[in-house]
Ligand binder design. Sequence first.
Ligand code: FPP
Length: 239
Amino acid sequence: MEVLETGKLPNHVAIIMDGNGRWARQRGLPRIEGHIKGLDSVREIITVTRRIGIPYLTLYAFSKENWSRPKDEVQRLLELLGLYLEKELPLMMENDIRFNVIGRTSDFPKRLVRQLNDVMTKTKRHRSLLLNIALSYSGRQEILDAVKAIIKDVKLGKVKRIDEKRFSTYLYTGGIPDPDLLIRTSGEMRVSNFLLWQIAYSEIYITPVLWPDFREEAYFEALREYAIRDRRFGGLKEV
Ligand code: FPP
């Protein structure tokens, strides 16, 4: 496979899955149909990521701001998430995939929180792929939560010196390497409060493809583009 031959795969891919609503509207369908179709893309992208050996994948599934959508859409999305967890647990068990949630899940109905915790517990020893799902997530909130937690530890005398490395361990993603590649579907040129600290040096790839149409081929296109990018992390090009 061409993309693998380059030998330069990202270690961590983060994706803003956007465009489900537009996909449905273009077909005269209710928005929820776009989310349902979007789940097929979620499954395919997870499967491909695992197959080609990228060890970290983070998907933005529900932002803190998404709570302001019509009640009915929010409820259907939460239902979908519950169904997804039920259906996909075997895939995670068979493929050594560890499921992890980042965000304020305490905002969710208790039954769903129990389900999320259950899947995290059952998959916690898996090592081939760490799948992070961002739920009720806000990058600014994450940074504030980290600031509050670190202040607490400073007061307790557990932290003497605050530097970038130490601070990042207080984020929801503590211990997880920063994304090398951030993909956004549906053409919007925004970061939308996603992983604000962690994407400082990520390569950004924006495709007009809507999330329900974002499948293996579109993903490989993003990975091929990543493979030819010249990452300098603010330094100079090697000569
Ligand atoms: C963006 O499309 C998508 C979302 C807000 C939800 C993404 C959720 C899923 C793909 C399903 C659930 C996910 C998991 C991991 C179980 P949009 O509604 O903002 O589309 P639009 O911008 O075209 O309106």
